[in-house]
Design a binder for this molecule. Structure first.
Ligand code: SAM
Length: 495
């Protein structure tokens, strides 16, 4: 018996030792995590991938070091490291000697390649961008969180810095252009239909115009307005079908059929996003305009980007991007679906769809409300399609479903809605569910008794019962807001 106990204890100890060794090994990877970034940067600067790509056959160390003007023993060590990481491969030359060739990974390091990610890596590994990471803990521990890590390092925010330093601005624009090539090619392949019937698009924060150049090439009926800060728009290269306009998106957004925002909103706080999106909403037609947003969408907890199943490999990028936003911007962040719904709704978009494509970003399409967001104060909203006050509680569930079905048929299916003002009772003996300033109105159950006395089948309903009748009548989404009255506001949207 004692022996057995000793045996178990030994196993536990061995497990602990094993775990500790694994933890140490993992920690070394973090300790030297920067080496991958640094060595890949070195390979880009030396032009290793460019030379191998030009030659299309295995290149010996000697040939490579002569061509690149490098010390061959150092170059050998750099290549050994990169080959170990799957970047470049060693194989035999025609004469049977050892030579280096490209891999799919190393092809992404060709400086001018269509799919190149070299510019992005050079931007993120620049001393300017790396400096802000050293101030991350100071930012987090500062009480008001007001000074961004980037500002602490450079005395101004990332956009002002770029305005003052054209070289850095160029590095930033090139990095964004390299991501634009990847993301836009995925949109063109995966969801070209979103550009049907769109004649003008304004790309808000469009950088050097690469996005619109590619969209206009693919969909030649589109006229593009590339809109960015003056120091960016003024140096953007000419592109057929694209005009460059320089201004501040917080002041104004040029009018167009659709507004496009890629990797812009994640740079800003919720309040700032609402301001930008409100300007976009004002810039597009209220009846059929759209805002198209390309951003990563992260999960609620530690799960990462939510996306199509073919993108499992991008799982880690969402939360890394969120850290990048924390280091480089004042209040930017990656958002969950709920957080996106909040900013869109507050900016007056009552409906949006999300499509996952084969890149880090998803496509969010948002449609303007016919009316401003229904905060309790503008409930009189005369533009709403239907307002029902104290009607449905007079009727049975079946009758409510009939009435609501008629209403649904009467409103536009894309952006119509029904607004219902009714009391909402609790599940059990608790009464009306409502805002805290309404304690006095707690007695919703009295109304239910009134319905019983005065109508044939009327009743007050719980939120579950409202969900049931709405759903049965073909409204697949509804929201409930509690106001300072007996009734709450239910807004229902057709499926
Ligand atoms: C992260 S970059 C994205 C560029 C581009 N949309 C892309 O994804 O390739 C953000 C862009 O927003 C622009 N920007 C920042 N503040 C702006 C403002 N107030 N008005 C207009 N553009 C702004 C920056 O100059 C930059 O080009």
């Amino acid at each position: 018996m004692e022996k057995q106990t000793n045996g178990k204890a030994r196993t536990n100890d061995e497990e602990k030792i094993q775990e500790s060794h694994e933890a140490q090994a993992n920690m070394w990877k973090f300790v030297f995590g920067f080496t991958e970034l640094a060595v890949i940067k070195c390979a880009i600067e030396l032009g290793i991938a460019d030379f191998l790509e030009k030659n299309q056959e295995p290149i010996s160390l000697n040939q490579l070091s002569v061509a690149l003007g490098c010390c061959s023993s150092s170059l050998y060590r750099i290549l050994r490291f990169l080959i170990n990481r799957g970047i470049f491969k060693e194989t035999s030359t025609k004469s049977g000697k050892s030579g280096y060739v490209q891999t799919p990974l190393s092809r992404l390091l060709i400086k001018e390649g269509e799919n190149s990610m070299a510019a992005f890596l050079l931007f993120e590994s620049s001393p300017v961008m790396l400096a802000s990471w050293h101030n991350l803990s100071a930012r987090i521990s500062s009480k008001d969180n007001s000074l961004s890590s980037f500002e602490a390092a450079h005395g101004k925010d990332v956009w002002k810095y770029a305005e003052a330093d054209p070289k850095h601005s160029n590095l930033l624009n090139n990095a964004m252009a390299c991501d634009a090539r990847i993301a836009i090619s995925a949109i063109i392949d995966d969801c070209p239909e979103i550009f049907k019937g769109v004649n003008t698009i304004v790309d808000v924060g469009g950088g050097d115009g690469t996005t619109l150049r590619l969209l206009v090439e693919a969909f030649p009926w589109i006229n593009g307005i590339n809109f960015d800060l003056p120091h960016v728009a003024s140096v953007a290269p000419h592109a057929i079908g694209v005009v460059h306009v320089g201004d501040d998106m917080f002041n104004y957004v040029p009018k167009a059929d659709a507004a496009f925002l890629m990797w812009v909103l994640h740079d800003w706080s919720d309040e700032e996003c609402i301001q930008i999106l409100t300007k976009c909403r004002e810039a597009i037609p209220q009846d059929n305009g759209k805002v198209k947003i390309l951003e990563a969408i992260i999960g609620e907890k530690e799960e990462n980007i939510i996306r199509g199943s073919n993108n499992k490999k991008l799982k880690d990028v969402g939360l890394m991007l969120d850290m990048v936003m924390m280091a480089h911007t004042s209040n930017g962040k990656e958002r969950t679906t709920k957080e996106w719904a909040y900013v869109l709704n507050e900016a007056g978009f009552n409906r949006h769809t999300i499509s996952h494509i084969n890149v880090v970003q998803s496509v969010i399409q948002a449609y303007p409300s016919r009316f401003l967001p229904c905060s309790e104060t503008n409930l009189k909203c005369k533009l709403c399609w239907f307002i029902f006050k104290w009607v449905l509680h007079d009727w049975s569930d079946e009758e409510c479903i009939q009435i609501l079905t008629k209403c649904r048929e009467a409103i536009p299916q894309d952006n119509g809605k029904v607004i219902i003002l009714e009391a909402i009772v609790g599940e059990k003996e608790e009464s009306i569910i409502r805002g805290s300033n309404n304690e006095k109105l707690k007695d919703g159950l009295m109304l239910d008794m009134v319905m019983m006395a005065h109508t044939t089948n009327g009743k007050e309903r719980t939120s579950k019962e409202w969900a049931y009748v709405l759903n049965e009548a073909g409204f697949n989404r509804h929201t409930i807001s509690h106001i300072n009255a007996v009734q709450s506001v239910i807004q229902a949207y057709p499926s």
